[in-house]
Design a protein around this ligand. Structure first.
Ligand SMILES: [Zn+2]
Length: 301
């Protein structure tokens, strides 16, 4: 009886020892396999991380996995951002290329224009029925036109960009008109354009017109596109184009225009000429006319 009991205990102990010897490496390997199938890189050999006895609860393994997962997530986010960035750059490049080939964005690239807001300083130009000054109205319109021209890639030389007189440095005695043509003639520009308001003793007279340098075919061509587009943009009465011998046209070596945007002596038109929205329409019309002219020029070249 006693012998039997001892025998049974011995078998029991042997069984437990064998079981432990067989199962321990299997469990350990299984841990590593689970991590491998989870696709977590750098944890192929989890046995190195989990030393039995050191980490019985497996907390080291858990925190190592969490760390790796966090690292992977971060990498994925970075890749996403890079891909997104690259996509935007590609789209931008394609857009730029398209614009360049169509010439939409910079239709006046390489064009230089002298822009002359009439009068200024002590010379108010025509004074409207409601007291507006031509010099101020045309300055505001010209500044809007300058912005459009520059946005289209043109280089713009202003004879004045403030309410002050047009001056040549060191030559205060030179007349207001002569200064403008001196600036134009040494500019090397492609076009001179002077912006004005008109006046008439008859308050009923209204409308827009464009004068151009007498005998100049180029001046005539640009006057026509400018006048057509200005009238289209503003809805002003079309008084057409006409050659003229005004000082700034006559003494100009460039193709030259003098644009009369409307009559300040007509109450209704004066109200428009001082209105920034209407000024923007005038500017846009003149701008369109200039773009059309240079587009034609490039075609015939
Ligand atoms: Zn004037």
């Amino acid at each position: 009886m006693q012998q039997d009991k001892q025998k049974r205990t011995a078998v029991y102990v042997a069984f437990i020892v064998i079981a432990l010897l067989v199962l321990a490496p299997t469990i350990s390997a299984a841990r590593g396999d689970i991590l491998k199938t989870a696709g977590v890189p750098g944890v192929q050999d989890m046995n190195k991380i989990t030393r039995p006895g050191n980490d019985p609860a497996g907390t080291l393994v858990k925190s190592a996995i969490d760390e790796k997962i966090a690292e992977m997530k971060e990498k994925i986010t970075k890749i996403d951002i890079e891909t997104e960035k690259k996509g935007s750059v590609d789209r931008l490049q394609a857009m730029k290329q398209g614009i360049r080939s169509r010439g939409v964005q910079a239709p006046l690239k390489g064009v230089r224009i002298v822009l002359d807001p009439g009068h200024g300083g002590a010379n108010p130009g025509a004074v409207g029925v409601n007291g507006s000054r031509e010099a101020d109205n045309v300055l505001q319109t010209s500044l809007k036109l300058r912005r459009l021209l520059e946005e289209a890639g043109a280089e713009v030389i202003m004879t004045r960009s403030t309410r002050a007189d047009v001056r040549l440095p060191g030559q205060p005695g030179v007349s207001q008109l002569r200064v403008r043509t001196v600036i134009a003639n040494k500019s090397g520009a492609d076009l001179f354009i002077s912006i004005h308001n008109n006046s008439n003793p008859d308050p009923k007279v209204s409308g827009a017109m464009t004068f151009y340098k007498r005998g100049s075919t180029q001046s005539r061509a640009v006057a026509r596109t400018v006048q057509r587009e200005m009238v289209r943009a503003t809805g002003a009465r079309n008084l057409g184009t006409m050659d003229a011998g005004y000082y700034v046209l006559r003494n100009n070596r460039l193709p030259a225009l003098l644009v009369e945007t409307g009559f300040v002596t007509n109450a209704r038109e004066e109200k428009r000429l001082v209105d920034p929205t209407y000024q923007e329409k005038i500017a846009r019309g003149i701008y369109q006319g200039i773009v059309k002219y240079f587009h034609q020029q490039n075609k015939t070249k």
